[in-house]
Design a protein around this ligand. Structure first.
Ligand SMILES: Nc1ncnc2c1ncn2[C@@H]1O[C@H](COP(=O)(O)OP(=O)(O)OP(=O)(O)O)[C@@H](O)[C@H]1O
Ligand SMILES: [Mg+2]
Length: 438
């Protein structure tokens, strides 16, 4: 390359870099906040960028804009996007690709799959594809002169995957995450001169012009306290050692998933529901006796969930249904009108503690079992992950808070706890917990 060519190229690149923000606004309707605009410009100016930030700043959205911009400005061009779980890839990252890219893709005649993390263009050599690292898909055969690899929730992705990414020799990489503990590949990138590093600390943001909600920051402060490692990670975007104190004993959780010791399925068929608020997940956990036979999570409106429950009930009637009542009173009366045998469970603090300890007891005593659910594998995996991640977190006031770590989900744990709380309280339910514990 001559000096002139190099100069032209640098100028063109600089132009593209400055262009991404107005491009996103014009083409995608994405109006970047001030720090998002800075980050987007940096991402296009550096082949390898790592971003660590507080929760809710817009990490997945920024990754999505980068993906769409890459496919729109390079040809041929491939994007491989990954994160640890299917839920993170499909329902978080690719949900942002769909949100900002759907109209754009339609105008260009691109195909953006509503169900899977997939974007096809007319050129078979130009596409975007996302998959979870816990799936069987493999990071091979995606070579392209213009390959971009995006890793969301990068702190959770195992080293083998990063090695797989390196073997692909992408021309550009974007790793983005709320930080975790100070080790691993994502952490290392912040100490390597090959990477352009960005750090977003919610305490240093002007929250009036950013996406992070001041109420959320205040809540986090009150719940965890300023010196808590959770606060450091989720609000300040700092790597920090979290002293894990899992609420459920991991070996009990693991053994409840051990296949091959499933007792004969007998007893009542039941269903437990934890309603997701707005964009959150609704979890449906189904069981017979004390065996969990099916786990589903869905981002759907309440009426669709109720329709699904009613359809299942017609196919195989439930002996009982229990649902959290918090936001769900309207749903519960609707279900009663449909003749479903539903009971609302009000999750006061006391009831929550009771239900959680019933579930803990069921795990300890080996009463609860997860039947193999071949067609439901992702959700079964989530059930296991949520149980393992669930924490007892000391609060500044000296109490304990029981929840998923910040930024993670606990909908399945809640549905399980409600169900086992109810099972514990019943005198007869097919298979008795008391009987099995002996
Ligand atoms: N500039 C923006 N304009 C409008 N909406 C935005 C913007 N940036 C992000 N959002 C929306 O805000 C929400 C949160 O953003 P996003 O999920 O990208 O944050 P995140 O940092 O990935 O959060 P988490 O820490 O939970 O993974 C999403 O619904 C996203 O579409
Ligand atoms: Mg995200």
């Amino acid at each position: 390359m001559t000096v002139m060519e190099a100069w032209d190229r640098a100028r063109a690149e600089n132009l593209v870099a400055r262009e991404i923000v107005p491009w996103a606004e014009r083409e995608l309707g994405f109006q970047a906040t001030p720090t998002q605009a800075e980050a987007l410009k940096a991402v296009v100016s550096h082949p390898n960028t790592v971003i660590r930030s507080c929760n809710g700043w817009g990490k997945s959205a920024i990754a999505a804009i980068r993906i769409l911009h890459w496919l729109a400005t390079n040809r041929p061009a491939k994007v491989i996007a990954t994160a640890k779980t299917h839920r993170q890839v499909n329902n978080q990252l690719w949900a942002e690709v769909r949100r900002w890219g759907q109209a754009f893709a339609d105008r260009r005649g691109w195909e953006l799959s509503p169900r899977t993390a997939n974007l096809k263009t007319q050129d078979p050599q130009t596409f975007g594809l996302g998959f979870a690292t816990d799936s069987t898909a493999r990071l091979e055969g995606f070579h392209s002169p213009n390959l971009l690899v995006v890793v969301d929730e990068a702190r959770e992705v195992p080293e083998e995957i990063y090695q797989g990414v390196d073997r692909l020799q992408p021309v550009s990489r974007l790793y983005i995450s709320t930080p975790g503990s100070p080790r691993g590949r994502f952490y290392d990138c912040f100490h390597s001169s090959n990477w352009h590093a960005i750090h977003i600390d919610a305490e240093a943001l002007n929250l009036e012009e950013e996406r992070v909600s001041p109420t959320w920051v205040r809540d986090q402060l009150e719940t965890y306290g300023q010196t808590s490692p959770f606060y450091a990670q989720s609000v300040k975007g700092e790597f920090s050692e979290v002293l894990e104190s899992p609420y459920f004993n991991p070996s009990h959780v693991e053994s409840s998933f051990t296949i091959g010791e499933i007792p004969v399925l007998e007893g009542d068929l039941w269903l437990s529901i934890d309603w997701g608020e707005r964009h959150d997940y609704t979890a449906l956990v189904e069981g017979r006796g004390t065996v969990v036979t099916r786990v589903d999570t869905m981002q759907a409106d309440y009426m669709s969930v109720i329709a699904e429950v009613a359809a299942r009930n017609r196919a195989r009637p439930y002996s009982w249904i229990v649902a959290d009542e918090g936001e769900g009173i309207g749903q519960i009366s609707r279900m009663r009108e449909l003749g479903l045998p539903v009971e609302g469970r009000r999750w006061t603090r006391e009831r929550k503690l009771e239900d959680l300890s019933s579930l803990k007891l069921a795990l300890e005593s080996g009463t609860i079992r997860f039947a193999p659910m071949p067609s439901q594998e992702p959700d079964r995996t989530w059930a296991r992950e949520q149980l393992l991640a669930y924490q007892r977190i000391p609060t500044p006031s000296g109490d304990s808070k029981f929840s998923a770590p910040p930024g993670q989900h606990d909908d399945i744990v809640t549905a399980l706890a409600i169900a086992y709380g109810k099972l514990q309280g019943r005198s007869r339910y097919g298979v008795s917990i008391q009987r099995l514990r002996r």
